[in-house]
Design a protein around this ligand. Structure first.
Ligand code: GLU
Length: 477
């Protein structure tokens, strides 16, 4: 079994394409198939090597591995379509020689005029250049007209795609818009034409791709028939939509994998969530590491209907993966986000930092959330947020601050200062929520966060003392 993922390097790796890649990879792992990565870079204006590099980097970050590709090589290369033009040219000559394709000299202006005069609805090329004589062709060549090459769509031919997910989907050659262009006038061949040549030459047995390509498939099959090339099996994945059931786009949320990465999503979470968009476990389980998904997944069991991308659920799943990761590894992943928030990490004691992360990661849905939290442990006196400032502005809170000041003066700066400090502040006589939230506001600058008996030892006595002093100065008025 040979599979392929065929990105067009015209931008970042989009969530929809990442899903196609992930499902190909899961089926590869399931079946032991070979996965080919083919770069479809014939759109010269929009394709770039930078985009190719970023797509490959994002795929690697997701944990997807391929066996053959532009970077890994393989027996069926080259793996960039832009490096295969000689191959396509040979096939074009074959198609023209056998009469399955012909040069078309209609200019863009002429085609536009036909389009205006034609029936309402989809334009169908009327076949103007279909049966030109050799002399008529020569006359047009002599005028310097650069032809496109059109595929001669056979009349009345039926094409059934036996889709492994959707079942049989029948098309008729009458409904595919007439003879279509396979090579542009600048000599660049078009996607629908070369994709089937490459699938055949790369010995692809199963094409797993987005449903948006289903309507292209009959064109591709007709070309394969004309060239006597084998046709792979197809599995078209239902589309991913936003919550308004429209095609997923930037309007709905983050759609580019590199932004998920820089926001602090874990690849395990993204892969888990995206895989589940196309497939659901019978048990209803949602958190499933890749190895478990591989054990259960089947091509035929992939979702037939469109899935709605739930950004909130992905965050929830990411939070789960952040919470359950090994503390050393997850601390390492937090470090760049702490630095991005403006804090120096290099001089910090690693064991201390791991303890801080162990305490705070439960407040992080994405790694970058740490930027809003870590200041509680790293700054000398974190600024009070508005809620905390309002909360400390009354007499009861001022009693807590006074008690805290006395407690600091009375207690030692030993490593285990916290329980005694907290006990002494409780002596203020202020009770319940007012007591606890006042303490939290004094020591952390906010009303929500980790338990103080765990946080204070990590903040350390000196900073605690400074924070009490600052609260006193601010709230004594
Ligand atoms: N290059 C195409 C795309 O990025 C994929 C074509 C295919 O899978 O057949 O949409």
């Amino acid at each position: 079994m040979r599979l392929r993922f065929a990105p067009s390097p015209t931008g970042y790796l989009h969530i929809g394409n990442a899903r196609t890649a992930i499902l190909n990879y899961l089926i590869k792992r399931k079946t032991g198939a070979t996965l080919v990565l083919r770069v479809e870079d014939t759109d010269m204006e929009r394709s770039s090597r930078e985009s190719e590099a970023s797509i490959l980097a994002d795929l690697r970050w997701l944990g997807i591995e391929w066996d053959e590709g532009p970077d890994t090589g393989g027996a069926h290369g080259p793996y960039r379509q832009s490096e295969r033009f000689d191959i396509y040219r040979e096939y074009t000559e074959k198609l023209i020689a056998s009469g399955s394709a012909y040069p078309c000299y209609c200019t863009q202006d002429e085609l536009d005029a036909m389009r205006r005069e034609g029936r309402e609805g989809a334009f169908e090329y009327p076949g103007t250049c279909r049966d030109l004589t050799a002399a008529e062709r020569a006359e047009r060549e002599a005028k310097g007209l650069k032809p496109t090459v059109r595929f001669r769509v056979p009349a009345g031919e039926s094409v059934t795609v036996n889709d492994l997910i959707k079942g049989p989907v029948a098309f008729s050659s009458e409904n595919i818009g007439g003879d279509f262009i396979i090579v542009r006038s600048d000599g660049v061949p078009v996607y629908n034409y070369i994709v089937i040549i490459d699938d055949a030459l790369m010995a692809i047995t199963h094409v797993i791709r987005g449903e948006d390509h289903l309507s292209n498939t009959p064109k591709q099959i007709l070309i394969a028939r004309a060239l006597g090339l084998p046709v792979p099996e197809y599995a078209h994945l239902a589309l991913v939509m936003g919550d308004d059931r429209k095609k997923l786009s930037k309007r709905h949320g983050i759609t580019s994998v590199d932004l998920y990465r820089s926001d602090g999503y874990l690849p395990e979470a993204l892969v888990n969530y995206i895989a589940m968009l196309g497939w659901a476990a019978e048990s209803g389980e949602e958190i499933m590491p890749l190895d478990d998904i591989v054990r259960h997944i089947e091509i035929g069991g992939l979702a037939k209907s469109a899935a709605v991308f739930d950004f909130q659920k992905l965050r929830w799943m990411n939070a789960h993966y952040i919470r359950s990761a090994g503390i050393g590894a997850i601390t390492e992943l937090f470090v760049p986000h702490i630095e991005k928030a403006g804090y120096a990490v290099a001089g910090l004691d690693r064991a201390w930092l791991e303890s801080v992360i162990a305490l705070t990661r439960v407040y992080c849905e994405v790694l970058s959330d740490i930027g809003r939290i870590i200041g509680v442990f790293l700054e000398e006196v974190p600024a009070l947020d508005d809620d905390a400032a309002a909360f400390l502005d009354d007499d009861e809170a001022r009693r807590v601050i006074a008690a805290a000041q006395d407690a600091i003066a009375a207690s030692g700066a030993g490593a285990d200062f916290a329980p005694a400090l907290i006990a002494a502040i409780k002596g203020s006589g202020v009770k319940g929520k007012k007591l606890f939230l006042s303490m939290r506001a004094i020591f952390t600058g906010r009303l929500a966060g980790p338990e103080l008996d765990q946080a204070l030892p990590l903040i350390g006595f000196e900073k605690c003392a400074k924070r009490v002093e600052a609260a006193r100065a601010r709230c004594s008025a």
